[in-house]
Design a protein around this ligand. Structure first.
Ligand SMILES: NC(=O)c1ccc[n+]([C@@H]2O[C@H](COP(=O)([O-])OP(=O)(O)OC[C@H]3O[C@@H](n4cnc5c(N)ncnc54)[C@H](OP(=O)(O)O)[C@@H]3O)[C@@H](O)[C@H]2O)c1
Length: 296
């Protein structure tokens, strides 16, 4: 979801020669493929968006999640070190347990409570240990129209509401929904920053899943849907999730980069693009993915 949006924005910039890698051309768990890809392309920067992202499945498939998120990142960090390449590694709010009551700072000590968060934290550690020129970018609650976007929260809500008129949503997990088109733009500006280490990068504002769903159905004009707020313990899921994982974008703003829009504004933008894409598709003017739309 994020990687294809980053590629779309980089490709629109004539100054940048961007090359996409997928699991087919560079499986990050395969040391030789990582070495060969980097030796062939000789990049100045790598933006590492590849990950095992299924938070619940990771509890049962811990080894696979570890291989991709920790080992895969180690492989990339190792060859970036060897070739003096800057590595930008995408990480997550789920490296925190959620025990805080105010936004998490970059300097707060990570203490993950699920396998996904642990493996992503190990990925961070490899970047920090192996590389001087690394940027660990922690973000949260991603939505966007790239890749297999039909799995994102917004599309899941829209799909479920086609067959059910009453939905129960968790109201005691608070975070910051972030949109890939805003995050990708931030990543492109961060490429030029002569500052390294951990950065939190999210949209502004905060909400619960219940509040996010309420806004989604409001914008979609679906006042026929009834939403019920529930507690995390009433919603069965394999992985525990932090009750509070709002990230403070302190360092990003300290180095003078523009704050990302409020999540409610970007949700409106998401729906604008989504309906533009749908109407173009109906007229057979759009390709198979929303990425046929121009970059904002
Ligand atoms: N989604 C969120 O809410 C969220 C929140 C916070 C942070 N993040 C982080 O943000 C980044 C981007 O997330 P996303 O939502 O865009 O993820 P995504 O849509 O699940 O994309 C991950 C990509 O990684 C690829 N991949 C998996 N294993 C690989 C391997 N061994 N080698 C190379 N590629 C591999 C996947 O390919 P296949 O699809 O072919 O398997 C997929 O294209 C990740 O680092 C994630 O941890 C995401």
């Amino acid at each position: 979801m994020l990687g294809s949006e980053v590629m779309r924005q980089l490709s629109a910039d004539r100054q940048i020669n961007a090359v996409a890698a997928t699991i087919k051309t560079m499986d990050v768990t395969n040391l030789e493929q990582v070495r060969d890809f980097l030796q062939r392309e000789r990049p100045t920067h790598v933006i590492h968006c590849a990950a095992y992202t299924q938070v619940d499945s990771a509890e049962k498939e811990a080894l696979t999640a570890y291989k991709v998120n920790a080992d895969g990142t180690k492989n990339l960090a190792f060859f970036c070190r060897e070739q003096d390449v800057e590595l930008i590694y995408l990480s997550t709010d789920y490296v925190f347990s959620g025990g805080k009551k105010s936004p998490y700072l970059e300097t707060d000590r990570p203490d993950p409570i699920n396998v996904y968060g642990m493996t992503k934290l190990l990925g961070e550690t490899y970047c920090q240990v192996l590389l001087e020129r690394h940027k660990v970018v922690r973000t949260s609650w991603l939505n966007g129209l790239g890749g297999d976007y039909t799995r994102n929260f917004i599309e899941t809500m829209m799909r479920v509401s086609e067959t059910r008129s009453t939905l129960s949503l968790v109201n005691d997990q608070i975070g910051r929904p972030t949109f890939t088109f805003d995050l990708a733009r931030a990543l492109v500006t961060l490429l030029d920053a002569n500052s390294y280490g951990v950065f939190h990068v999210t949209n502004s504002g905060q909400c619960s899943w219940f509040e996010l769903a309420s806004e989604i159905f409001k914008l979609a004009g679906r006042n026929d849907i009834t939403l019920r707020p529930i507690l995390s313990e009433q919603f069965r899921s394999a992985a525990r999730r932090p009750h509070y994982s709002v990230l403070a974008n302190t360092r990003f703003e300290q180095i003078g980069l523009e704050p990302l829009p409020h999540w409610k504004d970007s949700l409106k933008e998401y729906f604008r693009r989504r309906s533009l894409y749908q109407s173009l598709r109906e007229k057979r003017l759009a390709g198979p993915s929303p990425h046929s739309l121009p970059a904002r």
